[in-house]
Design a protein around this ligand. Sequence first.
Ligand SMILES: [Zn+2]
Length: 296
Amino acid sequence: MSSLWPAGPRRVLVVGIDGVRLDLLPELHTPHLDSVAAAGFLAPVEVDEATPTMSGPCWATIATGVTVAKHGVFGNHFGGNRLDVFPDFTTRLAAVHRRRTFAVGGWEPLFLARQGGPLFAAPGRLAYIAPLADTPEDWEVCDERATAEAVAVLTGDDDPQASFVYLGAVDETAHFLGCGEEYRRSIETADARLGRLLAALRARPGYAEEAWTVIVVTDHGHVDQGGHGGRSALERTAWVAACGPGLLPGGEVLPVRHVDVAAHVYAALEIVPDPHWTLDGRPFTPASAAAPATSS
Ligand SMILES: [Zn+2]
């Protein structure tokens, strides 16, 4: 299977889209997410019992690879966190492994020293794009600018080895307008932005030789009228889609958790986690890899 991917430099792009309900995806036009799923997988993720179905704790788990018991982010105020001990992957890769990393988005506690943040403390390059106001319209503008910034960085001289791009308009739309038509259109708009990010990778001069892992992930769902934080199936059901080295096109994977995202980022860059990091996640694993080998 190794022949499916170039032997050249490893690269990882993680795209986080806030608050996308899994149950609605089959009805929506999301060709770019579909392309990632077809090249790898799209799997449900259940937010575990100890984790409030809120963006703060869920993104902290996704970015650090440890649960709330370790990173200590229990809500959308990040105060009292232990992110200095359990850093996000862009910070750890930059500090420990001297990798070029990049993070961009518009939600303050992820990127700024506000509300007890930031989660993404010290990537090699950081871009915060402020929404003018917390409205669906202003968040669409914010996400548009974050996408443009990411396209520029991904096709520029920085050549980040691991990147995180945050898109927040979908979640904001659900909070304002519920999970109706506007919410569905916002998910499709986010997918179009994902498409521009994927096109940026393909436009890189060295793309043919590079081995890219792409991970698309949401943090939580929403109830029909918009809102989350509870334990209903709609709120606690998130999802991850990914493709790249080690993953099989259209293949089944073993159950995926949010803590597995950062673990997979390290694996995709061929970095063996130090046991002292005490990661709670493991790389995404094709189900076939866990079964006894039957042939070839
Ligand atoms: Zn929300």
